[in-house]
Write a protein that binds this ligand. Structure first.
Ligand SMILES: [Zn+2]
Length: 164
């Protein structure tokens, strides 16, 4: 990477931190500090939202963790849904909390695979809404849960819970 590119990247990075109102992955909301705590690479990469790398507008960029950047295509629509994220009704959120707490009671940690579908079915919402809810409940600041990986499997667990 040339010096100019590094300079541009640093400038862009700061600009994105400002736009996002924080230094975190815009997809999964994880922060570099949490990544370090989880023993993962804390680097946030600059991602082109519409996947068109020639579209260099700042609006087309966001910070993402390496994990999210690797599965970019799957979750491309997350940014659009960010607006919905903070529009989640208290009613749905409460239902989701009750459901997850009950499962957590039994399972201690819930495997990520299938959880959106289970939750959507249980609270009678769309899959996207259920995903947004989980995203909100696992947000670094206000979320009460977090994702934790063990042996390549990701689990939902309480933030305060001790590691496996
Ligand atoms: Zn991420």
């Amino acid at each position: 990477m040339s010096r100019t590119n590094q300079h541009t990247r640093a400038k862009e990075y700061s600009e994105l931190v400002e736009r996002q109102k924080g230094e975190y992955c815009l997809v999964c909301k994880i922060t570099p500090t949490t990544l370090i705590q989880l023993g993962r690479d804390p680097t946030l990469e600059i991602d082109h939202i519409n996947k068109d790398i020639t579209d260099t507008r700042i609006e087309n960029k966001r910070l993402v963790c390496k994990t999210c950047n690797n599965k970019h295509d799957v979750e491309r629509d997350f940014l659009e849904n960010d607006n919905e994220l903070f529009n989640i009704s208290k009613d749905y959120e409460n239902k989701a909390r009750i459901y997850l707490a009950a499962r957590m009671n039994e399972e201690k940690a819930i495997e990520k695979r299938g959880i959106s579908a289970d939750l959507a079915m249980h609270i009678d919402s769309s899959m996207q809404y259920s995903r947004n809810l989980l995203q909100k409940l696992t947000a670094p600041k206000e979320g009460i849960y977090r994702w934790e990986s063990r042996d390549g499997v990701t689990y939902l667990t309480y933030k305060a819970e001790l590691k496996f």
